[in-house]
Design a protein around this ligand. Sequence first.
Ligand SMILES: [Fe+2]
Length: 260
Amino acid sequence: MKILFLGDVVAAPGLRAARTYLEREGANYDVRIVNGENATGGFGLNRKHFLQLRDAGADVVTLGNHTFDQKETPELLEENARLVRALNYPPGTPGLGATTFETSAGTRITVAQVLGRLFMEPMDDPFRAVDALIEEVGTEHPIILDLHAEATSEKKVLGWHVAGRVAAAVGTHTHVQTADEQIVQGTAYMTDLGMTGVEASSIGMAFEEVHYRFTTKRPMRYRAATGRATVCGAAITVEGTRATAIERIRWTEPLDDTSS
Ligand SMILES: [Fe+2]
């Protein structure tokens, strides 16, 4: 089974590039997963953008620490089993932290997400959350984990914690692709898939306002960067419940794709 996982889609250029890539390359995969938590202007995911990603071929869209930035999201989560927020939100949070479905290859798969706690909002323990998930899902079909966390150390340790127990544990959130893709005890691991958005930016936001805030210590509203976007992610090969290969993906849209 071949799995495509695209890293954090940021704002309109990221959405445009993600949709183009899914439409061009998606048929080469059995499962297509996209982190969409920054797709709506950089902050959360509204209904329109969720449906655009689904229409382009995304089987599952994952969220993150910006899950509730858009007012439509609680309802969207309740209605859609293919939209996944982190497992370690408090009990009673709308939506699913893990979703299980049958792939086009005819096998079942579970896609889940946990949020890290280092340099982020306090959450329930991600380690215990993944342990409970693995116990519940069992060993019959593969689990793909989105590790949405700020600190490399926390992602590395979460990856080590689940090694040999899930098919893949790949990082999102920091928006800069890491070059450490590897297979550890049958688990595909990579610290960060990278961003799907404008690389000439401050992790998706235009430089000017971010620079102003850093240099003056005064507030200014961020503005999403515009221009040519790069798709970042990974292609993961799974046999049974374990990964056999992981390859980094990095594709920059042609100049003639950037007008829309
Ligand atoms: Fe995030």
